[in-house]
Design a protein around this ligand. Sequence first.
Ligand code: MN3
Length: 208
Amino acid sequence: MHYPFEPKPLPYSKEALEPYISEETLHFHHGKHYTTYVNKLNEIIKNYPNLQNMTLEQLLIDSNSIPCEIKTAIKNNAGGVYNHELYFACMNHSDCEIPTDRLALAINTAFGSIDHFKAQLSTAAIGQFGSGYAWLILCNNQLEILSTPNQDTPISDTVTPLLCIDVWEHAYYLQYQNLRPDYVNNWFNLINWDYVGARYMSIAKEQH
Ligand code: MN3
C-alpha cells in the first residue's frame, strides 16, 4: 500500500540553497506548493482502492490503469508530486560543481562538453513557454534534454528523468520576479551532481 502518500522532507535546510534560492522561496515551494500536490493526489485516489497499491511512478507510467474520469487529475497531481521530489532531490549546496565519472563522459558524448550541456538545458528552461520544467533524461540509454509544460513528466517505460529544473513562477518569483534567466543561471550552482550521477549509474547500462 503506497496510499496515502506523505510529503518527503527536504534533504537540506530551507536556507541551504541561499543565496541562489531564498529560504522564503523554499518555504512556500516545498511547504505549500509541493505539499498541496501530495494532498490533492491523496484526495483523488481516496475513492479508488485499486490505485492505492500503485507507486507514484506506476500512476504516471501505467496510464491505462487510471479510470478516464481522473486521468487528467492524476497526470497533474502525481506529476506535481514526482516532479517536485526530483527537483528538490537534485539540488544541494555542495562542492561537487561538475558531473564526474561515467556521467561526465556520457554528457560529453551526448552534448560535446559540459558547457554545451549547460547551454542546451538553459535554453530549454528559459524557452519553456509558461509553466513547466526542463529535464535531463535517459531514453534508451541516451542522454537527452527536453522541456515539458505544466506538471507533465517525461517518465515512461523507456525514459528515466535524471535531473529537472522547475520553471513555474512560484520557483523563483519571490526572489527573481520576472527574471527567469537569472534564476536558471544561478540554479546551475545548486545541482547535486553526486545524486544525479548515482541516479545515472543505477539506470545506465554498461556501454562496451
Ligand atoms: Mn514547483
